[in-house]
Design a protein around this ligand. Structure first.
Ligand SMILES: [Zn+2]
Length: 186
């Protein structure tokens, strides 16, 4: 185990796709992905293991996970002489577009829920002592005093944060629409 290269230590994702791989796949996945990306051709497990200087076991583990995530695909070839199968791996660019699209859809869905909540609670009252928040009706019912601390409540307007969130949701919606168009026309 200690023979694994230290280059695994400083894998730093540089775009959305790399971020996705970095978060969901085991250590070393980003290094392997970049190798396949730079080679621009199929590689076998053995070739990858040799080029990266890591064990075949580790390579296999990463390949399977990246395959699960739709990031890699393989082609199987039976060697006549040995009757063994050889697997040729490459990046699944089409599958990746779909995976990323679905992931963005999930993010968008969560953001919309959050936005709806924030919009419904645009104005809140906040206790400077305990930090509890109260909706307008609750604050009114308590005479604008924190029922727990007896301290006067302060008014918070979240309009600015909501505007930022709205803008973000709108941009994400546009991005998604664009990508969907690209996939459908390819
Ligand atoms: Zn309080």
């Amino acid at each position: 185990m200690s023979s694994e290269p230290s280059s695994f230590e400083d894998e730093k994702p540089e775009d959305g796709l790399e971020e996705y791989i970095y978060k969901l796949a085991p250590k070393g996945s980003l290094t392997l992905f970049r190798l396949l990306k730079n080679e621009r051709e199929e590689l076998t497990e053995d070739e990858i293991s040799e080029k990266l200087g890591i064990s075949k076991n580790t390579v296999r583990k990463i390949l399977y996970k990246l395959h699960d995530l739709n990031i890699l695909v393989y082609r199987r070839m039976k060697e006549e002489s040995t009757n063994w199968n050889t697997y040729y791996w490459k990046i699944n660019w089409e599958g990746i577009s779909l995976s990323l699209l679905n992931r963005k859809k999930e993010v968008l869905h969560k953001l919309r829920l959050r936005l709806a909540y924030e919009q419904a609670n645009r104005v809140v009252y906040h206790c400077p002592k305990c930090g509890r928040e109260y909706k307008f009706e609750e604050a009114l019912a308590n005479d604008f005093t924190c029922p727990i601390c007896g301290v006067s409540l302060e008014y918070i307007d979240r309009s600015k944060e909501i505007a930022i969130l709205e803008d973000y949701v709108r941009r994400l919606e546009e991005e998604l629409a664009d990508e969907l168009k690209k996939i459908q026309s390819s």
